[in-house]
Design a protein around this ligand. Structure first.
Ligand SMILES: CC(C)(COP(=O)(O)OP(=O)(O)OC[C@H]1O[C@@H](n2cnc3c(N)ncnc32)[C@H](O)[C@@H]1OP(=O)(O)O)[C@@H](O)C(=O)NCCC(=O)NCCS
Length: 161
């Protein structure tokens, strides 16, 4: 797929998981769940949503990934990350814009992303025109107590997240 600045983008494959998982775990910006982010769970997600998910490579190494899924009504982004050495070169934009293009192609009218309040990545989503929905409160429910937040000790910061 299209290469910008030596970066190759293609749809995510299950074989990208090991490299992606390492990046997600090291990041304070992404909450990793022991079960929902297992290889099995991500493979299931990709089986349903692969066309919306993109990976970026430099010299054969994974340097960015975004998971995006749709239930047929709207789109949802998860676990966007770019290797710290490759940030601010447009890779995050390259990943998200490809997902948005595919959502549009499939007639999906909107998408969202859930972001830690203190995460500098909020500025990225702002630059992608994602509105800050201060009128809403985020709620969720846990259905399996075995799904533990495994990188909880990491928090987003300006450096190295
Ligand atoms: C968020 C993230 C994926 C952005 O990736 P990226 O490849 O650096 O993003 P881009 O280069 O496409 O940035 C596009 C624009 O977003 C804005 N932006 C991106 N990161 C920013 C930051 N840390 N602070 C302020 N603005 C930022 C800028 O306007 C930037 O354009 P510019 O570089 O011309 O000023 C990256 O910072 C990252 O991996 N963060 C850690 C993981 C994380 O928290 N992910 C978000 C989960 S919701």
């Amino acid at each position: 797929m299209l290469s910008e600045d030596g970066i190759i983008f293609r749809n995510t494959e299950a074989s990208d998981y090991a490299q992606a998982y390492r990046m997600w775990m090291d990041s304070g910006g992404i909450g990793v769940g022991s079960k929902e982010d297992s290889a099995e769970s991500i493979a299931r997600f990709l089986a349903r949503n692969r066309q919306f998910c993109f990976s970026a490579f430099a010299g054969g190494r994974l340097v960015g990934i975004v998971l995006c899924g749709s239930d047929g009504r709207s789109g949802r982004f998860y676990h966007l990350i770019v290797d710290p050495e490759y940030r601010r070169r447009g890779i995050g934009h390259g990943l998200v814009s490809r997902s948005l293009e595919q959502l549009r192609k499939e007639g999906i009218c909107g998408a969202d992303a859930v972001i830690f309040k203190e995460n500098p990545a909020n500025e990225f989503w702002e630059s992608e025109d994602f509105r800050d929905r201060t009128d809403l409160r985020y709620r969720d429910i846990q259905l399996d107590d075995r799904n533990i937040w495994v990188n909880r000790d990491r928090r987003p910061s300006e450096q190295g997240n």
